[in-house]
Ligand binder design. Structure first.
Ligand code: ZN
Length: 142
């Protein structure tokens, strides 16, 4: 496993970039809107892991609710796994509370699933399987 990215909630990506890009010197290599999650996303690599800036697309976005409750800051940590379904099955067997029982499509076409903070010491944990990485695991899929 590897740290894939650290998600940071912000009210405005443009404003956040004044720090992460302009002051710190990171580069935006990817930006997109993930409609399903109600967020605009900007990715800034720090070595292999990335900072993922998250800006809500509307008031109903889960990130908008997070900002209302807690203000801007670290929203989640994402760990890259080779087989997300196997990772979810293992967590479920261990009694973890899953937000997503089934993986869904996230930024960059990756498969993602979230684990509830109550199971991860107060941290919202995201599992990420890169697109194409599932090829060697097709025997596990129905
Ligand atoms: Zn993320």
């Amino acid at each position: 496993m590897k740290i894939e990215h650290i998600g940071i909630a912000t009210r405005s990506i443009e404003e956040a970039l004044q720090f992460w890009r302009d002051a710190l010197g990171l580069e935006v290599t990817h930006a997109e809107t993930v409609e399903e999650q109600g967020v605009n996303v900007a990715m800034l690599p720090v070595g292999e892991p990335r900072v993922e800036l998250l800006e809500p697309t509307g008031p109903d976005s889960p990130v908008a609710k997070f900002l209302e409750k807690r203000g801007p800051g670290i929203h989640h940590i994402a760990v890259r796994v080779a087989d997300i379904r196997a990772a979810l099955a293992r967590l479920k067997a261990g009694g973890a509370r899953l937000i997503d029982e089934e993986p869904r499509v996230g930024a960059g076409g990756c498969l993602v699933a979230f684990v509830h903070p109550t199971s991860a010491g107060g941290v919202l944990l995201e599992l990420v399987e890169h697109a194409g990485a599932a090829d060697s695991h097709t025997q596990h899929e129905r």
